[in-house]
Design a binder for this molecule. Structure first.
Ligand code: MG
Length: 239
């Protein structure tokens, strides 16, 4: 049902919601790199054959309610996983390296995906734009300020979870009927299914990597899939 063809006609919407991480700028690739570095740093204390990435994800998932999404929770969960998997033997020097790794993630420059700036400029000509992103408030605001897109976007909503209730309140705050709202993003779980359930529209623009937490096996509804934000802008502006 989620196949790329045929593309339906674009709905007539007034407000476009844009996901940020892995839709406007690269994100998951940094996390994947950091995860590989994490495994290297703690390797001396870890039994052979241990799946560090899976254990780290389990810790992250367990901590989501306490830490929320983002690089800080990722870092604390690396430290917790290192202590657990090493039976408490991991060195404080290695913990220091993990903290430094986390700080590098927070300080990483914003790297827009190809064609995003031009696509957002075209979208802004005919639509009000709202960025809807989950994660750490301070870090997401910093990234958005560094993106150079602020003049094109009406508002930024940093939310703790992207569920139906969140989209209902975002749509309420931007002041449109849900049928006049369309969300575009790289996560079927966070950017596509809940806005549709809230009465709006959605389009999926996949990224090269999907965090396991965002993975959906069987989507219950059909939705348009586009290869890039530029292709999305073509679709929505030539209706
Ligand atoms: Mg995303």
């Amino acid at each position: 049902v989620t196949g790329p063809e045929p593309l339906p006609p674009a709905p007539d919407v007034e407000v476009i919601g844009l996901d940020a991480d892995d839709t406007l700028w690269h994100n998951e690739s940094f996390y994947a790199d950091a995860g590989a570095t994490f495994a290297e740093i703690i390797a001396p204390w870890i039994p052979d054959g241990e799946d560090v990435a899976s254990r780290h994800y389990e810790t992250e998932r367990r901590n989501l309610e306490l830490f929320g999404y983002g690089a800080k929770g990722f870092t604390l969960s690396m430290i917790e996983t290192a202590i657990e998997l090493s039976g408490g033997r991991v060195s404080s020097a290695a913990i220091g390296e993990l903290l430094a790794l986390g700080k590098r993630m927070l300080a990483h420059p914003v790297d827009l995906l190809d064609g995003v700036r031009e696509a957002v400029e075209r979208l802004a000509e005919h639509h009000r734009l709202v960025v809807v992103t989950k994660g750490d408030l301070f870090h997401q605001e910093q990234k958005f300020a560094a993106s150079g897109l602020d003049a094109l976007v009406d508002r930024v909503e940093v939310v703790s979870e992207k569920d139906v209730r969140t989209y209902r309140s975002v749509i309420g705050r931007v002041g449109v009927d849900p049928s006049r709202f369309l969300m575009v993003g790289n996560s079927v779980r966070s950017d596509v299914l809940p806005p549709i359930e809230a009465g709006g529209h959605a389009a999926h623009v996949p990224y090269e990597i999907t965090w396991v937490h965002e993975h959906v096996d069987d989507a219950p509804v059909a939705f348009p899939v586009l290869p890039s934000l530029s292709a999305f802008a073509d679709w929505i502006t030539t209706r």
